[in-house]
Design a protein around this ligand. Structure first.
Ligand code: NAP
Length: 249
């Protein structure tokens, strides 16, 4: 298993006080990495950090807003060497496109797309200097598929997919691997409204070949693979962890 061993590596996971980010931090920590948890709420971060410390992991916290370019630059400068970055922080906002408020469009784009550029650029500069680094951008099945009421979210996640390929184009020659994970539907606070809607759940389970919602711990394998030496010649790819959803109509 040395191929997947992350001992001695340090990983920053944005938006990791809960949900998918927390599960990814737990996965990388479980594979031996020291993890840096991020979110805006310091209290939530401390609670998440103590859970992982209780499981024997080395954990730091860094509270900053990923949509604030100056705050990102200052935080990353203060963090020292980072071997792995997971750009995970993201939000969902639902409304018919004809009524979608302009301010909400910008909030969503800042959080889901601008932040990926801000944090990756700040972290990649150090990785380029060291000629080594792993960046994982959290995409979505909406990087490929539209759905009513979430056109801006799908646009942001489609853009993150292409930004992943662009990062590969610019940074692979410096020894970095940049890939994405496209989760299907997982039960978290972000999807709470969908989980609470039996009609949606019923539709989703019929639409997904696996016939069910995903469990966040099922993202661990793809994350460890893309963060480890096992993926050293894998670059610019998106791995969909979606129970088969994007493979069927
Ligand atoms: P979640 O439960 O709502 O968690 C979001 C995390 O991001 C929280 O820790 C939140 O902490 C943090 N965050 C939000 N805005 C931030 C900001 N401006 N700066 C720093 N941190 C911020 O969401 P999730 O379901 O785990 O989703 C995580 C990622 O997976 C997102 O990119 C989402 O689009 C993607 N995804 C989710 C699903 C799914 O089924 N759940 C499917 C496909 C893709 P604070 O609020 O304290 O800042």
């Amino acid at each position: 298993m040395t191929l997947f061993d992350l001992s001695g590596r340090r990983a920053l996971i944005t938006g990791s006080s809960q949900g998918i980010g927390f599960a990814l931090a737990r996965a990388l920590g479980g594979a031996g990495a020291a993890v840096v948890l991020n979110g805006r709420d310091a209290g939530k971060l401390d609670a998440a950090a103590s859970i992982l410390r209780g499981e024997g992991m080395t954990v730091e916290t860094a509270a900053f807003d990923v949509t604030d370019y100056a705050a990102v630059a200052a935080a990353v400068a203060g963090l020292g060497t980072l071997d792995i970055l997971v750009n995970n922080a993201g939000i969902q906002r639902r409304a018919p496109l004809e009524d979608f408020p302009e301010a909400t469009w910008h909030e969503l784009m800042r959080t889901n797309l601008d932040s990926v550029f801000y944090v990756a650029q700040a972290v990649a500069r150090g990785m380029i200097a060291r000629k080594r680094g792993k960046i994982i951008n959290i995409c979505s099945v909406q990087s490929e598929l539209g759905r009513p009421s979430i056109a801006p979210y799908a646009a942001s996640k489609g853009a993150v997919k292409m930004l992943t390929k662009g990062m590969c184009a610019d940074w692979a020659k410096h020894g970095l691997q940049v890939n994405g994970i496209g989760p299907g539907y997982f039960e978290t606070e972000l999807t709470a409204a969908l989980v609470a809607d039996p009609a949606f759940s019923d539709w989703l389970c019929k639409r997904t070949p696996a016939g069910r919602w995903g469990r966040v711990e099922e993202l661990a394998g793809a994350a460890i693979f893309l963060a480890s030496g096992a993926s050293d010649f894998v670059n610019g790819q998106i791995i969909y962890v979606d129970g088969g959803l994007t493979s069927v109509v």
